[in-house]
Write a new protein. Structure first.
Length: 287
């Protein structure tokens, strides 16, 4: 493809592949804990960080990382203390983040044109410095999620059992919160803050249709994520569509495909089983 000869397309493709691997590797733990929408909540908080960066003429990405991390850790600590339920804390994150972002962005001078890049993604404008940040943070998230898989699986499956087993539950929870904030921030370059949660959740949902074990689901989700991200960049370049939206649509297509494959497999399994002979009725003899 001729477009791949351009440096900006090469950077966009590499960045998309990194995020396509890292996002599902974290998303499988969030899905396991029934926190599929936390990416959206942290994305709203990251919007506040973008507003801080635009208002102070600093890096919006760096500001988004800091603010999103603070918000994610804060919600985790609130949830841990039990004074506020997880869904209520997430709702507070949604509303506070979007309200703060809108106010701060409105106060900045050159916000309108830049804001669209963060809301809907603009990976084609990724610079070499941006790619280094995406690569470093994405690699850190991916390594942490794979290396700590047994402990994180125990935590997400049964937190009380993990605590009794001696695992550092609070540390692991905070680690998940921080890595979620980091993943949301780097993924906003690909799909935008409004669609960032999809790249963490949809590949996992697709993988669950055709796999059973946690390890195989994680591997399949990462494969689907990186395929959707890479194909999204290529298709969007040829069709002149938004890369972020195209990537999410391709991930949804993968979900529909795996769902259909799972249904067909279950039908074939049922048909291949031999019929069970009916037992003869009990005979009652009357003397």
């Amino acid at each position: 493809m001729e477009l791949l000869t351009y440096p900006f397309m090469q950077r966009a493709l590499i960045g998309a592949l990194i995020i396509g691997l890292a996002a599902p590797s974290l998303g499988i733990y969030l899905v396991q804990r029934r926190l599929s929408l936390i990416g959206d909540g942290i994305g709203h908080v990251a919007l506040t960080g973008v507003g801080v960066g635009l208002l102070t003429n600093n890096s919006p990405v760096l500001a988004a990382v800091v603010v999103a991390t603070i918000g994610a850790v804060g919600v985790e600590l609130i949830r841990e203390r039990g004074r506020t339920s997880g869904d209520l804390a997430l709702a507070l994150l949604f509303y506070g983040g979007i309200a703060g972002g809108v106010v701060l962005v409105g106060l900045s001078d050159n916000a309108n044109s830049n804001l669209m890049q963060y809301l809907f993604g603009s990976l084609l404008t990724t610079s070499a410095q941006d790619l280094m940040v995406i690569g470093g943070l994405g690699a850190a998230v991916l390594i942490a999620m794979v290396a700590l898989r047994p402990a994180l699986f125990a935590l997400c499956n049964d937190e009380e059992y993990a605590r009794v087993s001696g695992l550092p539950v609070r540390t692991l929870n905070i680690l998940l919160a921080i890595t979620t904030a980091v993943t949301v921030t780097i993924a906003m370059r690909t799909v935008g803050l409004l669609l960032v949660s999809a790249l963490m959740v949809v590949p996992v949902a697709a993988a669950q249709q055709v796999t059973r074990g946690f390890r195989s689901t994680m591997a399949a989700a990462m494969l689907i994520g990186v395929s959707a991200a890479g194909a999204g960049i290529l298709v969007s370049a040829e069709a002149d569509t938004a890369p972020g939206a195209t990537t999410v649509l391709l991930a949804l297509v993968a979900f529909l495909g795996t769902t259909l494959a799972g249904v067909l497999r279950r039908m074939l399994v049922r048909r291949s089983r031999p019929p069970v002979a009916a037992e003869p009725p009990d005979v009652v003899l009357h003397g």
